[in-house]
Ligand binder design. Sequence first.
Ligand code: S3P
Length: 170
Amino acid sequence: MTTINTNYNVYLVGFMGAGKTTIGQSLAHKLGLDFIDLDSRIEENLNLTIPGIFETYGEKGFRDLETEALRYSSERKAVISTGGGIVEKEINMGIMKGNGRIIFLDAPFKVLYERIKMDPNRPLVKGKREELEERFLKRRKRYEQANYIIDTDECSPKEVVDEIVFFLNE
Ligand code: S3P
């Protein structure tokens, strides 16, 4: 285990398929911190799946639940994997910047799209590829406000985790 002398959360942001959950679990383990997957938190709170939440409350409703879960989760010191749309609301950026370090897991859209295109658990993937790419491009500007950006495309999960630990220790 590697310890970091910090009193803040580590937020992982990035588009769907960037590996936020996998990297987050492994990073938390390495740092001896709690791990929170925001989407799982929301699902548990409502006892509904993400597609079920989108069906019942729409995207707008989901975004409000996401902010609520972020607020609640940010009170603990943990590694927090966020959903790809966390950057859609400015207020979420404020919460994360206020008490954490934000790490952007970057990868080209075409790589991400190949990973997510068949996934029935991601409601936003059902639309047209062009629309999703537009969303990606818009969000990228927000993701880039992170404290640290990693190009994950050519790296193994272990390399990504090690790079984050190195950054946090700087
Ligand atoms: C979303 C990403 C998903 C989930 C929901 C909406 C988005 O999380 O929060 O389907 O808006 O990009 P992942 O990034 O973990 O797939």
